[in-house]
Design a protein around this ligand. Structure first.
Ligand SMILES: Cc1ncc(COP(=O)(O)O)c(C=O)c1O
Length: 348
């Protein structure tokens, strides 16, 4: 079968290419490989994020199938859920968000949850233990909508699906063009890996476009043992959609699980230090759940595994609204506060 990338319907959900920027001051401080940041937090849609790309191919398919309503699911903190609501609005589709009811009562009106409300999405809460429990609820919502004459299209949580993975092929093409224009070769691409959809999409993109791209996923919840076989499987499933053989060599799927800390969405010391450092040295905002932890890993890799003269690209996958849900963890006593207290004391 011939490679049929052009036949994949894509909805215009984002603004591309996102910038590729050098982290000059940080790289000088670290003294290892040069670090770059691919600004997928600037995809142009409702505070941005890489998930805008998987929504491009998923909503492209929804439109091609004549859908008029989109259903997706996730925790109330989900970036994918917020971006689905925004993209659906942009395309004139109705949207229903099936959300896991938080155990400790009503979800805080903050971060992504606040934005879901501002975006006017219809919200359905479900009391389930694991996120997998949300999938049957989406089916029930779809069935009810069909009964009312609507044409619903279900998007799996996180956009995790072979069609979603196809959305990241464009990211590989952008990285190849931008690094070539800037005159450097990419020695590693590093980012937060959760379901593995972004990672599968990048590996597929490299395969489909014949780009040499060493991809290293830093997991934020799953172990290496769980994620590696899953990604091998998912690359094959997505490749089949475009007529490609997606078998990869065993060592092509590189995953590190050293930066999870105490668990998913629990701030880690290394992640918080990375957030402070990037904010203060580069004016770049990262979040405690995804990009803070993965940047901690990217900095270690740039210093310890790679050498001066090499280039490591960190993908800022988004998640910026999440910052506002972590106020207590982010605002820690800093030297300046102590200094101000001293000054106030000496004024008496
Ligand atoms: C900001 C951010 N980065 C990275 C990821 C991980 O993406 P994936 O689940 O495709 O591995 C997510 C997933 O929700 C995310 O929201």
């Amino acid at each position: 079968m011939a490679l049929s990338l052009e036949q994949v319907p894509v909805a215009q959900t984002g603004v591309y290419p996102t910038p590729l920027q050098p982290l000059e001051r940080l790289s000088r401080q670290l003294g290892g490989a040069r670090l770059w940041v691919k600004r997928d937090d600037l995809t142009g849609l409702a505070f941005g994020g890489s998930k805008t790309r998987s929504l491009g191919t998923l909503l492209g398919r929804a439109l091609a199938e004549g859908a008029n309503t989109v259903i997706t699911c996730g925790p109330t903190t989900s970036n994918h859920v917020r971006l689905t609501a925004a993209a659906a609005n942009q395309l004139g589709l109705k949207v229903v968000l099936v959300l896991r009811q938080p155990k400790d009562g009503a979800p805080a009106l903050q971060g992504n949850m606040l934005l879901n409300q501002v975006l006017g999405a219809r919200l359905v809460y479900a009391e389930v233990d694991g996120l997998a429990g949300l999938e049957p609820v989406m089916e029930q919502v779809a069935e009810a909508l069909r009964g009312q004459g609507a044409k619903p299209f279900i998007i799996p949580g996180g956009g995790y699906s072979p069609t979603g993975a196809l959305g990241y092929i464009g990211l590989v093409q952008e990285l190849a063009q931008q690094s070539q224009a800037a005159g450097f070769g990419i020695d590693a691409v590093v980012f937060a890996s959760g379901s593995g959809c972004i990672q599968s999409g990048l590996l597929l993109g490299a395969l489909a476009t014949g780009t040499r791209l060493p991809v290293i996923g830093l997991t934020i919840n799953r172990s290496v043992a769980e994620l590696v076989p899953r990604i091998h499987h998912d690359v094959q499933a997505a490749a089949a959609l475009i007529g490609l053989d997606g078998h990869l060599p065993a060592d092509a799927v590189q995953v590190l699980d050293d930066y999870i800390g105490q668990g998913y969405a629990i701030p880690s010391e290394a992640g918080m230090e990375a957030i402070d450092l990037l904010a203060r040295e580069e004016g770049l905002l990262l979040d405690p759940c995804y990009t803070g932890k993965s940047m901690a890993g990217a900095m270690d890799l740039a210093r310890l595994r790679f050498k001066p003269g090499q280039n490591v690209v960190f993908i800022h996958t988004g998640g910026t609204p999440g910052i506002f849900s972590y106020a207590d963890a982010l605002v820690r006593p800093h030297g300046d506060a102590a200094h101000s207290a001293q000054l106030a004391g000496s004024a008496h």
